[in-house]
Design a protein around this ligand. Sequence first.
Ligand SMILES: [Zn+2]
Length: 445
Amino acid sequence: MEIEIIAVGGYDEVGRNMTAVRCGKEVIIFDMGLRLDQLMIHEDAEVDEMHPLDLITINAIPDDTILQKVEGTVKAIVCSHGHLDHIGAIPKLAHRYKAPIISTPYTTELISQQIRGEKKFGVNNKLVALSAGQRYTISPNLVLEFVRTQHSIIDTVTPVLHTPHGAIVYACDFKFDRTPVIGLPPDFARFRQIGKEGVLALIVESTYIHRPGRCPSERIARDLVRDVITSFEDDKNAIIVSTFSSHISRVKTIAECAYEIGRKPVFLGRSMQKYSVTAEQMKFVSFPETSSVFGERRTVDRVMRRMMKEGKEKFLPIVTGHQGEPGSILTRLAHGDIPYQLAKGDKVLFSANVIPNPMNVGNRYAIEHRLKMAGARIFTDLHVSGHAYREDHYEFIQMLQPQHIIPAHADLKMTAGYAEFAGDLGYTANSTVHPVRNGQRLRIN
Ligand SMILES: [Zn+2]
């Protein structure tokens, strides 16, 4: 059986991830993601109503037209977790394939919400929820297994495709967190066992291969956030925290710290509402009972007005906008475009890094500047990453001992960096470690 890896998207950039694996005449797709910064550049883009070819033209979704030349039938679409750079293109592309979409329960719920929001296409693919630790038989030759891992969104797995020639491990994205805030650590025992059984190929994120050491645990982020928020126990000023709306562990930490200092956590913004309400309904998390959530713009404005009236010191708003995204709550606040006025001594906490692309850097600089002009005190970098660092990658390779490695989820500089790192471990570029570009096909047996 021929086995071929097809790099569809996410090999020339961080975002719009999509990889296809052909095993004989059967094709399995891993992830169908969206590249958010490309959409932000095209601000007038109405994604819900756009045609996939237009989105491909602006490099916002993977160019899956290359799969037309691949001889085989797509049997399954597998998503590793619910971030938009992994599931965001499903409403635009999945309907072209007669195949089920397989993902964990939380991811499946997010995908189903995405599909419901799509205005151009009816996406009727069957949605299959598979929990970590479970297996799904795709065909007599192919079995899919979800191995538990950790990342910056709950219910993330490492999908493993068992083929007659060995396992293909798709590790985008992951971190080796031994003390996570929600859920259990990665299933190291199972990874080691899969390594012993034989791994034909590891397709692996290489985003932070250049960072030395290990990615710190989410427990460290909890301590950083807690250290700052609890220091404000007698403060009468506003405390506003911005973080990733999909980062449920972090949102939970912030809400619990608010509760600890006697403030009501108020989750604000449409995406904040989407991820946290879904997580709570599915019993992945329970927030302090004093928490409340408001998504719609008009409701958000009303709540902001109420907080001004009742006293800023009674609440702790958790908001979107840490990248300075236009239209987000923090940006509107910085522009005075919301009925909540900042005063001298108010605190604004960023529990997020700046995602390093020029637009985010510029936007973030601009809002921080405006917040400071309004008298706010700024706290940045109350954050740890959700991605593996170099020594985590080293540990992973020791566990799996893969025959081939395909660095993914990165631009060429990062995948080449991974190839260099793997070179030190005995792999050879273009022979056993393969930095590839979007659109390239690779036979590995
Ligand atoms: Zn991710």
